[in-house]
Design a protein around this ligand. Sequence first.
Ligand code: C5P
Length: 268
Amino acid sequence: MTTEAYAKVNLTLEVFGVRGDGYHALRSLVVPISLSDTLEIAPSAALSSDTGYDDDLVIKAARALDPSRGAEIRVAKRIPAGGGLGGGSADAAAALVALNEFWNLGCSREELCEIGAQVGSDVPALVLGGPVVMQGRGEAVGRVACPRLDLVVANPGVHTSTRDVYARCTPRDLAAPSATEACLAALETGDLGRIAASLANDLALPACRLHPEIADALASLRTAGVLGATVSGSGSSVFGLVESAARAEEVAESLRKKGLSAWAVHTL
Ligand code: C5P
């Protein structure tokens, strides 16, 4: 059985105070994009994966779903790891959905989201699939509408520690106007200029301070002429909004010439 695990970008990411469990309360508009890993699942008595990660979210997800079953899982990686595109979480989410079918467990999407929350904060959003607003630690997810957007994703090749970036973030006032609501309103109008202006990520500043390469990548995107750009998740990937798929290809190619990894993608 073969399945695609789609990466995500955060069009907005608002960080509030630290909760009792040590995680930050957040609100984020998460949208899957056309960059994916491919998972291949084959029957096996034992559970195994070939990602080679110490903290393998695919194995963690499979065990959380049913610790008594086996499968051989192979992952063809294309999403950069540790890049703010939810790569490991996307693999875990795809594994949950696929293994539920492969093992004939009959779990509902909601049950899979709950199991996903034990695996990682981004997993429930990616299990639900499509554009979603996630809140709480990431466990409260609801679908929203988002038109197709053409984007350029770039990665400067550094790894950020999600924990370190969150630790350096100044939480926003709960009473302040919601950047996510503003972005949703902009998406509804379909006005690219408004959508570009509504991109917002409270983790962008601490991520850029920790790794100046991220600030440089953002500057490269802006110089290349995108309508708006920000960091995805806790970095190190950045993305910019452009007018068309052809324009995305053009900008991605100009960034690759500067030595960045870059992809022309669109939202799903
Ligand atoms: O849940 P996940 O393992 O993806 O989170 C990685 C790290 O990011 C956590 O250990 C925590 O330091 C930080 N985090 C946070 N608040 C969130 C999500 C993640 O502080 N809502």
